[in-house]
Ligand binder design. Structure first.
Ligand code: TTP
Length: 416
């Protein structure tokens, strides 16, 4: 089946994280978000991928290439972010058979996609506790009778997962009118399909929409540590563990330098060229990406991704966080439940708080509004190349924009 992946969004709700990087390339367990979508699609039986790109399209092309795990990839350009129906219309010329449409910023399971690809037309659906925040599907014996966007009184807890299998002629239904939010939307195309065909809902076991920074943490929590380390030794041999068998051998690249006095527990993937110093304790699920270094005496725990060439210094604690490539965390710092974009540099003794005194869920600013993350513990979102002075304290729920600086000893209570 041809699979169209919509990856042309602007990702504004991610704030500074998508200032220079398109959302589909945000890192999840060692691969870009859209790479996980492509993987799931190929495993589920996709025989051709068509990726709609816009903002940061060149970067996406580079990451996915013209062939993905043996499956040919075509690209379609969406000229402006005019909505999901418009993004699919941009790919229409490439469609010549039944096809599926997936979002390039969601976490899908291959088994769910195989069920989606199994018959046409279908919409992927998930059961949620808060249907009012989604497009709710009303069904009769598995057949969709209506789609209601963010209704006050939802008739079901089954919501649209933004994944569809459609007949080739569905491209003729894409000229929908502009929606209230000024976009051309696939949900309006669904309304037309419901009138024309018997659109079935296939219920997904797992689905995660990655739209806001804490959902990037959730995606990593779900996917870490990610695929086994694949780096070969210089002689082409397999990866190895330590002699005591404390490390799952297949998860550690042969050329990683793990000090014998480091302790590694749980699921931990260590990629090529990583160095782990003495006294380091790592409790997975964690992934240390190529060229990164940790320690000595650092403590890395929870679902944590340490990006390529990132540096975690002496006596640093990192808990449940995403550190993108080229970040550096100076000695005696604490990072909890936070997302650090590429090139962030934290001065020694920087502390990111992740719990409020009143125990309320931490809120974050998303497109100008304070929105609850729903998490009791959430730290900060630091944009690309943020640099902190030594002994900076950062309050929970703070976002720092690209290149922001703090003074030594400063307490940062508000976004900047
Ligand atoms: P959204 O997450 O609704 O939009 P977005 O990615 O632009 O993010 P934000 O709202 O934070 O600005 O998009 C859902 C999917 O559709 C996502 O995979 C991106 C894709 N998309 C396009 O390809 N083109 C578009 O014009 C829009 C709006 C979305």
């Amino acid at each position: 089946m041809q699979v169209v992946i919509l990856a042309a969004g602007r990702g504004t709700r991610m704030g500074p994280l998508t200032e220079s990087m398109p959302k589909p390339l945000l890192p999840v367990a060692g691969q870009p978000l859209v790479g996980g979508v492509a993987d799931a699609a190929v495993t589920a039986g996709a025989d051709e991928l068509v990726v709609t790109v816009g903002f940061g399209g060149e970067q996406i092309r580079e990451a996915i290439g013209d062939e993905y795990r043996g499956v040919p990839v075509q690209y379609a350009e969406q000229q402006a972010q005019r909505g999901t129906a418009d993004a699919l219309a941009a790919a229409a010329d490439a469609i010549d058979d039944d096809f599926a449409v997936l979002n390039g910023d969601s976490i899908y399971e291959p088994a769910d996609l195989a069920a989606l690809f199994g018959s046409v037309p279908q919409v992927g659906a998930v059961r949620v506790d808060n249907p009012s925040e989604y497009g709710v599907l009303e069904t009769d014996d598995g057949v969709v009778t209506a789609v209601r966007e963010k209704p006050d009184n939802p008739q079901s807890n089954l919501v649209n997962a933004g994944a569809y299998s459609l007949p080739a002629d569905a491209v003729e239904l894409l000229d929908v009118p502009e929606s209230e939010r000024g976009e051309y939307e696939l949900t309006d195309v669904l309304e037309r399909l419901i009138e024309r065909d018997r659109l079935r809902a296939t219920v997904f076991e797992t689905w995660l929409d990655v739209g806001r920074p804490w959902e990037l943490l959730a995606a990593n929590e779900r996917r870490l540590p990610g695929p086994a380390a694949t780096a070969a030794t210089p002689d082409g041999g397999a990866v190895v563990g330590d002699e005591q068998g404390r490390h799952a051998p297949e998860l550690i690249a042969a050329d990683a330098e793990i000090h014998p006095d480091a302790t590694i527990r749980g699921d931990v993937v260590i990629e090529s060229g990583v160095s782990v110093g003495p006294g380091v304790v790592i409790e997975g699920p964690t992934r240390l990406q190529a060229g990164s270094s940790v320690g000595p005496n650092a403590y890395v725990r929870g679902a944590t991704l340490v990006g390529e060439n990132a540096h975690v210094g002496h006596a640093v604690e990192i808990k449940n966080s995403v550190l993108m490539a080229d970040t550096s965390v100076g000695h005696l710092s604490y990072i909890g439940d936070s997302v650090l974009a590429r090139g962030v540099n934290l001065g020694a003794g920087t502390n990111i708080a992740n719990l409020r005194h009143d125990d309320e869920p931490v809120a974050l600013t998303v497109k100008g509004d304070r929105v609850s993350t729903g998490r009791r513990k959430f730290g900060a979102v630091l944009g690309p190349n943020v640099a902190t002075g030594i002994q900076t304290g950062i309050n929970p729920g703070v976002t720092l924009s690209a290149g922001a600086r703090t003074d030594p000893g400063e307490i940062v209570r508000r976004d900047r």
